[in-house]
Write a protein that binds this ligand. Structure first.
Ligand code: PAZ
Length: 311
């Protein structure tokens, strides 16, 4: 019998995406991949396709969910990376947590977007003068990506949705072979409550302290590499809090899951520094000043390595 840690059993017991949602995603993916695979009469202008995963997955504790386990990921890395990947000429499937940071919206204040607006002499609401340039540029880039068909956004909240969508994206992207890339920056739960052993209703506090057993989420990186998209260029991320084990864990992921690259980062410094680990090499990438986006350098390096991989 297969356990909750087995990929097949995970998918067999996960609450399925609604049929209409799954069909709509499948259709969008097929259209997106076809659009970005066209070879024009004047030469090759098809784009390589990257699936960027971004933000954290939740682990529901009740089927009619009131409570869930979450993690700290804001989706900033995935959103910023998407901007630079698009700029480098790729098409991006942005698989992100609902409500997390979005490409071209990173500059928007958390509190409050009203700071960006003011009311003019005719009582009309407009973007404040101080933010006109940033907002105009962002709208321009966003519309170019959406209308030009190089950005497709898909949303998840739970670990169940995330892994089902990732499988759908990966099996679709496998059709473009080595032109496909996975950039797995999402913070994916390591532990979960299998759907069939989850409380159906709100867990009651009258019974005293709560004891709960979490199962391990199956290691889907090996399934991605071996079954879903064997030829794709795979970049996974490894976050640790202990610097003594970071590189060792990154090397383990590289070898065990046959990743092309592992981007290793520490919680204390992840915004300013990452280590790019490949077979036989280690490259530390740092921000040079406070206006610098670390993601710009990461993507430059990855694009070089990916184009070598394709040749
Ligand atoms: O989403 P964010 O910008 O707040 O954080 C990015 C990150 C630290 C989640 C990412 O760089 C990362 O390491 N993701 C993988 C985490 C993991 O080890 O599962």
């Amino acid at each position: 019998m297969l356990g909750a840690e087995d990929p097949e059993s995970f998918f067999a017991t996960a609450p399925p995406l609604r049929d209409a949602d799954a069909d709509a995603v499948r259709t969008k993916l097929q259209e997106f991949i076809a659009r970005n695979s066209i070879i024009s009469a004047g030469g090759v202008d098809r784009r390589p396709i990257v699936c960027v995963t971004s933000g954290g997955t939740t682990v529901p504790l009740e089927q009619r969910c009131i409570r869930y386990i979450d993690n700290f990921s804001s989706g900033h890395r995935g959103a910023a990376s998407t901007e630079y990947i698009l700029k480098a000429g790729y098409a991006v499937i942005f698989l992100h947590r609902r409500g997390s940071c979005q490409p071209y919206c990173r500059f928007l204040p958390d509190d409050s977007f009203l700071k960006f607006l003011d009311v003019n002499e005719e009582s009309k609401v407009q973007v404040a003068e101080s933010h006109q340039t940033t907002v105009k540029e962002s709208i321009w880039h966003y519309c170019k990506a959406m209308e030009g068909g190089s950005l497709l956004k898909l949303q998840f909240t739970t670990i169940f949705e995330y892994l089902q969508l990732l499988r759908m994206v990966a099996t679709s992207v496998s059709t473009v072979g080595q032109r496909g890339m996975f950039y797995l920056a999402a913070a994916v739960s390591d532990f979960y409550v299998p759907w069939d052993s989850m409380a159906k209703h709100k867990i009651q506090s009258a019974g005293g302290p709560l004891e709960m057993r979490l199962s391990q989420v199956p290691k889907m990186l090996s399934v991605l590499r071996d079954q879903w998209a064997p030829l794709a260029f795979c970049v996974s991320f490894k976050l640790e809090t202990n610097s003594d084990i970071l590189v060792q864990k990154a090397n383990m992921a590289l070898n065990k899951y046959k990743m092309n690259i592992v981007v290793a980062n520490l919680l204390a410094t992840y915004k300013d520094q990452v280590i790019i680990v490949t077979n036989g090499a280690r490259n530390t990438v740092r921000t040079r000043n406070s206006d610098d986006d670390l993601e710009e350098q990461i993507i430059k390096l990855l694009a070089q390595k990916h184009s070598k991989y394709i040749c």
